[in-house]
Design a protein around this ligand. Structure first.
Ligand code: AMP
Length: 282
């Protein structure tokens, strides 16, 4: 496994690989790898000749009062996990390598970024679309692997890729969860054992809502209200949003039919947690 830190040497290495007509699969991450990340790597390995993992904590996607400085950094452990999983190349650039001092260009997708997480994290998706554009230009992969856990990120990046004509196939992998249903996340490291249990309320609430829908619930506002109630009665989670949206456009939907996404976000103390499920209702 190669660890490459410079854009120039990554480009040089990949050029040779591309000349040999090898399929390049790309898994972008911010590190502190867990089973969610590893599941992406496994699918990527199955579908490509070469698996490239990027580990880069991207400062432009963090707000001024967010956790950029304390975000978990565990490169040694990450690289040994990556090696075990058969990753071929880790791209691990510094912030200076990715953003020169006078970096003035940003990529922004409108509309879809103003709602849900975007409403609570202004500028976040602009940072994500900017860094992913840069990474796609550097790596030029055949396929990129993303997790359904970050559903809005998936929708935003798919829109950006289509609008800007990037030639990469986007593959979405299902959310990997802890035994208690909590979606795995590098930020779960901030939680105490008690909070980890408490945090399982997100998925439990999504599952209760799913049952209600399957039993014929049609009224979205009373469904969302009951979800809010379930969370506040059983946890100290401060809800940011609970929404029922179309999984691609992220527009609010007014009748439960076809593909429906239930998405929610909240804070346990200072830790921000998100989750979602997608249903297909006949
Ligand atoms: P991150 O390091 O948090 O930026 O995540 C890197 C990639 O891993 C993103 O595409 C995430 O959606 C994906 N990912 C994170 N957590 C999970 C999870 N629990 N299950 C599946 N994919 C995940």
């Amino acid at each position: 496994m190669l660890v490459i830190k410079s854009i120039a040497s990554l480009r040089k290495t990949l050029q040779k690989i591309r000349q040999r007509k090898k399929r390049i699969g790309f898994v972008p991450t911010m590190g502190a790898l867990h089973e969610g990340h590893l599941s992406l790597i496994r699918v990527c390995r199955r579908e490509n000749d070469l698996t490239l993992l990027s580990i880069f904590i991207n400062p432009t996607q963090f707000g001024p009062h967010e956790d950029f400085n304390k975000y978990p950094r565990a490169f040694k452990k990450d690289s040994s996990l990556a090696k075990k999983e058969g990753v071929d190349i880790i791209f691990h650039p510094s912030v200076d390598e990715m953003y020169s001092r006078n970096h003035l260009t940003f990529v922004e997708t409108r509309g879809i970024t103003d709602i849900l997480c975007g409403r609570f994290r202004p500028g976040h998706f602009r940072g994500v679309t900017t860094v992913v554009s840069k990474l796609l230009n550097i790596v030029e992969p055949d396929s990129m692997y993303l997790g359904q856990k970050d559903a809005q990120q998936v929708a935003v990046l798919k829109k950006m890729i289509s609008d800007l004509n990037f030639s990469v196939a986007v593959k979405i992998c299902p959310t990997v969860r802890e035994k208690n249903g909590l979606a795995m996340s590098s930020r779960n490291q901030y939680l105490t054992p008690k909070q980890r249990e408490e945090a399982s309320i997100l998925y439990r609430t999504l599952k209760t809502a799913k049952t209600k829908i399957l039993q014929g619930e049609k009224n979205i506002s009373s469904l969302l209200k009951s979800m809010h109630q379930q969370i506040t009665e059983h946890s100290s989670l401060k809800v940011e949003y609970i929404e029922c949206v179309h999984p691609q456009t992220f527009e609010r939907i007014h009748s439960i039919k076809g593909r429906v996404m239930l998405a929610l976000a909240g804070r346990l103390d200072k830790t921000r947690l998100i989750d979602n499920i997608v249903l297909n209702i006949k």
